[in-house]
Design a binder for this molecule. Structure first.
Ligand code: BGC
Length: 763
């Protein structure tokens, strides 16, 4: 079953790779890796291969130690470090690596002579993933999806989640995590939105950076991915993204830049798509100039699985490590790089730089000196981490005084969404099988990226535990009439609706399987209806006016059931806020449909990001459109007041202080959004999120908060300067609860400033 799933996935990746081989390019016959043929011998290695590990050497910097090791390695050994395979353990496709971890995404072999560890790679967006259905011994804790974690607006929680993932990675023998998805949400229908951090560069970069920091606190490496502008899955290997550099620098690239600064990932994974005509993984502007030169990135760039196309262009364009080689006789890099070196198409210095970057990263992150050791996972402790994340990121979108469910409620009808057994998860390489395995079998595509996987955490069971006084009935929702009947006989109806989304696919923003009709039928029978959404991104809600409450639970992870139940019962006061705008209809979007659908596979096509940096709320503001739910929106069972806003110019930017006061009767958490806006315009849209803060308050309590606006959020990109420019003038600073609900504001004059391309935030 596993082998079949992986094979299907690999054939998908390889079909992407093979089509771009130059005509007439001969595939080499199969043989053992690491022994390139027909190329002149490389210069001999110098020095002891283990000197870099001796106690005296450990005091040296990672760069010095890496240099010492690189000098002692042969060309073939260096090639070994730069070549990643699918991490299969079984004899298969002409190769078998006994050291591979079961069901892993990738393996880069070690150099035993130099005591250099293999690189064991696993996807890890919301837990340590498996490349197919996991047997019980490979089940792991599943965090909520990235978009839910972004909805917490709480970087500390994201970091805890990352630390949990990292500890399970160590326990299961992985030292390179393919995590840190930070592509901006430009397309509400993108099948991977669930893996990412939403539509705003500051929020996404901050939250994903915190996750990466947590992962790497376990002395392992994490990536951020998919660099860059991989904002749709339709034609992901053939889409050419056309965007103005200035717009990219203050939108998608800024999200990566912030994540890089906050998380310091050891690796950046370049993406499948082309940008302004050049594949991301061989794009010297993206990898050499922006990432390595402007941002000073010292780690290594790995390709997305099969995203490399041309050895020489890849190597000289900035790619350091090829990954996802599936067949020894179909590899791209190992021999070809050796040939390119021999011919002088790739310089020895560049070759050593690639190896140096990989080794220095493994040293700098601790993966060499503190090697991973398989051990036991503390599932009980990790259940608390994932539940805390879910409870802080579930968003209460609408509440007409029905929630929290009162203790006097006698009867509740729970309907649909397989809520009797589990909660939905997102599909693709990020798929984690949580304890207990898939609670609902046989649903959705039966080959990768399917099937639909439900974490075994039942909201129905949890609701019954939370609300013991109520009689809670269950109906699967397959028959709207029966569901409506159950609703009409109950005090409250709770309808669970789901949309599975997954890698390699895009989706409509309309709920599938006639679930809108189900909600309509139930709401008609009983207006005291609450809808719980389990979706990977925004969806339309034609029934919104007819229901009393809506909760966006995203994919809430392996403790999603109790988290949902506790928000509904009031045991938890909701504090999630949307990291994305929900459209009223697709006509509001820059593109009503995702481009490229229906084209022959691998036919190149352009997508023009003419909206530039006006992504999400910035687009709605610029066009004067009212979204269904605005970026930042999220209700609480408490109320809060924002007061005493003050702003002062500080170091090319603005310091902001304000008070948040609880005006409710329950303890709760508020998120204060600080928007900045040039009074005389000149940006891609009227305003940008400049800073944010989440604060927990007891009833009646207040806190003074201080935040600093990242100066790049006051700037535009100036190509002539090759940096950011803040125009002199007046700027409005406002406090808000969402992009559509602004509170107090002040105006401040800034003298104007310029910032280098790599200016980090002083946040
Ligand atoms: C995905 C990456 C993933 C890799 C390895 C690719 O298909 O795009 O996100 O890390 O596979 O599983």
């Amino acid at each position: 079953m596993y082998a079949a799933a992986v094979k299907r996935r690999i054939s998908l990746v390889m079909s992407m790779v093979l089509v771009v081989l130059a005509p007439g390019c001969k595939l080499r016959p199969s043989r053992q890796p690491g022994a390139p043929a027909n190329v002149p011998p490389a210069p001999p290695p110098v020095g002891s291969p283990t000197a870099w590990l001796e106690p005296a050497a450990r005091a040296a910097s990672p760069d010095e130690r890496a240099d010492r090791l690189i000098a002692a390695l042969s060309r073939d050994e260096k090639l070994t470090l730069l070549t990643g395979y699918f991490g299969v353990q079984k004899e298969w496709n002409n190769y078998r690596f006994p050291e591979a971890r079961p069901q892993s995404a990738g393996l880069v072999r070690g150099v035993p002579r130099a005591h250099l560890t293999p690189q064991w790679q696993s996807d890890a967006g919301s837990g340590v993933a498996t490349q197919g259905e996991a047997p019980p011994e490979l089940e792991r804790t599943l965090l909520p999806s990235g978009i839910l974690t972004a909805s917490t607006w709480d970087p500390e929680l994201a970091e805890h989640g990352g630390a949990m993932i990292g500890s399970e990675a160590r326990a299961t023998g992985y030292n390179v995590m393919l995590a840190g998805g930070v592509n901006l949400l430009r397309e509400p229908g993108n099948g991977r939105n669930f893996e990412y951090g939403g539509e705003d560069p500051l929020l996404a970069g901050t939250m994903v950076g915190a996750l990466v920091r947590g992962i790497q606190s376990n002395h392992i490496v994490s990536t951020i991915k998919h660099f860059a502008l991989n904002d749709q899955e339709t034609g992901r290997t053939s889409v050419n993204v056309v965007i103005d550099e200035g717009a990219a620098r203050i939108s998608d690239l800024l999200a990566f830049q912030i994540a890089l600064e906050k998380g310091d990932p050891g690796s950046v994974m370049c993406s499948y798509n082309l940008i302004n005509g050049v594949y991301a993984c061989q794009n010297p502007w993206l990898l050499n100039e922006v990432l390595k030169q402007d941002w000073g990135f010292k780690g290594y760039v790995m390709s997305d699985w099969g995203a490399q196309h041309d050895t020489v262009l890849n190597a000289n364009g900035g790619l350091d490590q090829e990954t996802g080689v599936a067949h020894l006789n179909k590899y791209q890099w190992l021999d070809k790089l050796a040939v390119a070196l021999a011919r002088g198409d790739v310089s020895p210095a560049r070759f050593d730089d690639m190896a140096h970057r990989v080794v220095r990263t493994l040293i700098a992150k601790g993966a060499v000196d503190d090697p991973v050791q398989p051990s036991k996972i503390d599932f009980a402790a990790h259940a608390q981490v994932t539940q805390a994340d879910a409870e802080a990121g579930i968003v209460l979108l609408k509440n007409e005084k029905l929630l929290p469910i009162s203790a006097s409620t006698k009867t509740i009808a729970v309907i649909g969404g397989h809520a009797d057994v589990g909660v939905l998860t997102g599909g693709g390489s990020a798929q984690v099988y949580a304890p207990g395995g898939n609670a609902v079998r046989g649903v959705g595509p039966q080959s990768w990226p399917g099937p639909h996987v439900y974490a075994r955490s039942s909201p129905l069971t949890a609701l019954r535990a939370e609300l013991p006084q109520a009689a809670i009935s269950w109906s699967d929702g397959a028959d709207p009439k029966r569901a409506a009947e159950a609703a009409s006989k109950s005090d409250i109806a709770i309808v669970f609706v789901t949309q599975w989304t997954a890698e390699a696919l895009d989706f409509s923003v309309t709920l599938p399987d006639a679930q809108d009709a189900l909600v309509e039928a139930v709401a008609r029978a009983n207006p005291r209806t609450i809808v719980v959404l389990e979706t990977g991104g925004p969806v339309l809600m034609p029934w919104l006016d007819r229901v009393s409450g809506v909760l966006e639970a995203w994919y809430p992870g392996s403790r999603g059931g109790p988290a949902i139940a506790r928000v509904l019962s009031g045991a938890v006061n909701p504090s999630g806020h949307l990291p994305v705008s929900f459209p009223r209809s697709v006509d509001q979007l820059p593109r009503a449909a995702i481009p490229g659908a229906g084209l022959p596979k691998d036919e190149r096509f352009d997508v023009h990001y003419d909206e530039g940096a006006a992504v999400g709320y910035r687009w709605y503001d610029k066009q004067g459109l009212e979204p269904l739910f605005a970026f930042g929106h999220g209700l609480s069972y408490s109320t809060f007041a924002h007061e005493a806003l003050a702003a002062s110019a500080a170091k090319e930017s603005i310091d902001v202080s304000f008070k948040v006061r609880s005006t409710g009767v329950r303890a709760g958490k508020d998120v204060a959004l600080v928007f900045v806006s040039p009074v005389n315009g000149g940006w891609e849209a009227p305003k940008r999120l400049g800073a944010f803060a989440k604060v927990e308050l007891a009833p009646g309590a207040e806190r003074e908060l201080r935040v600093h606006v990242d100066p790049r959020l006051l700037a535009t990109w100036d190509s002539a300067l090759h940096g950011f420019r803040i125009a002199a003038g007046d700027y409005k600073v406002s406090l808000a609860t969402s992009a559509r609900s602004e509170g107090p504001s002040v105006t401040i004059a800034l003298p104007g400033a310029t910032l280098p391309a790599g200016a980090g935030s002083a946040h």
